[in-house]
Design a protein around this ligand. Structure first.
Ligand SMILES: C[S@@+](CC[C@H](N)C(=O)[O-])C[C@H]1O[C@@H](n2cnc3c(N)ncnc32)[C@H](O)[C@@H]1O
Length: 296
């Protein structure tokens, strides 16, 4: 956790001030303005999203070409991780990777403001950060220079990733944002070395304004589609970060796994739905009755 703290705010004693003063310096504004934008990032993101038609991949890309609110969102999220108010995912993932003896080249796909790549570099990985959003990538590059972090940035709009190169690919809170999920899954499988690790979560949300950019909405289906591409799920970190190992998708064993997945998907989806429904338990019935009586 000390490394996470150092990555977010160096040796500064107040992480909040440090995060805000960085944002303020980058945007040439006051610390109070930066603070307000961190607190209001969601409203600002909704306004940015609604500023144009996002129903096509081009419309979605135009959002990533112009967003500034996500710099505040992700910087604030980094601060929350340091203070224990959000799950420190990079640290949990490093622990897992070490337990499996994984090392070498790591690609952080959908790297945002670059904090996770920075942490992985501190733990000795040879890191590439890649994103479709230039405003976010530019901020990550600026921060990395500030902290003397040696990671390679890739703007995915301008550069292809090399095939069969990485030992690990991480994709935090990213795969539900991509317009073409299957193409992305194939891309990630293609850049990993055989046996390499894909560490990803599927942050699906109910359809509403504040989650409009979560384009993909069914985590069980996404999990199946990732596996079909040529991955086997080996572990889950913190109940929500899936750890897949890359396998050859053209083997009979993989065909059998895919068939099995296809058969069990409807059952698992029914189970998921059942867990989401608020069944009328005696306790809930009594509560509803009390509420109704109070309203009379
Ligand atoms: C919610 S942010 C998460 C950022 C970072 N992974 C983190 O955990 O702080 C989602 C990231 O995915 C990126 N992204 C969206 N669509 C993408 C795509 N098709 N390919 C790569 N990155 C993408 C966004 O620009 C953004 O940086």
């Amino acid at each position: 956790m000390n490394i996470l703290r150092e990555c977010v705010c160096g040796s500064a004693s107040d992480p909040r001030h440090s995060v805000l003063s960085e944002l303020a310096e980058y945007h040439n504004e006051t610390i109070e303005e930066s603070y307000r934008k961190c607190i209001d990032w969601e409203a600002l993101s909704i306004a940015e999203w609604k500023a144009a038609d996002r129903s096509t991949p081009e419309g979605v890309q135009a959002f990533y070409d112009t967003t500034t609110s996500w710099r505040y969102d992700l910087a604030w999220y980094a601060y929350l991780q340091v203070t224990g108010h959000a799950f420190p995912q990079s640290i949990a993932v490093v622990r897992f990777l070490r337990s499996r003896g994984a090392k070498g080249k790591l690609l952080d796909f959908g790297s945002g403001t670059g904090l996770n790549g920075q942490v992985f570099a501190r733990f000795g990985f040879d890191v590439t950060i890649a994103d479709v959003s230039k405003p976010l990538l530019d901020y990550a590059i600026w921060r990395n220079a500030r902290y003397g972090v040696d990671v390679r940035p890739v703007n995915l709009n301008e550069e292809d990733l090399p095939a069969a190169t990485y030992d690990v690919v991480t994709a935090f809170d990213t795969l539900t944002c991509v317009s073409d999920f299957d193409a992305t899954a194939k891309l990630l499988h293609g850049v990993l070395k055989p046996g390499g690790w894909l560490i990803a979560n599927f942050d699906t949300r109910a359809a509403e304004d504040a989650s409009a950019w979560h384009i993909q909405d069914n985590e069980l289906d996404l999990d199946r589609r990732i596996r079909r591409t040529g991955f086997v799920k080996q572990h889950v970190i913190g109940g929500f970060i899936d750890c897949y190992q890359s396998v050859d998708p053209n083997t009979a064993a993989h065909g059998l796994r895919t068939l099995c997945d296809r058969t069990t998907l409807p059952l698992e989806q029914a189970g998921l739905l059942a867990r989401r429904v608020r069944w009328p338990t005696p306790h809930r019935m009594a509560k509803a009755f009390k509420l109704l009586s109070a309203q009379r």
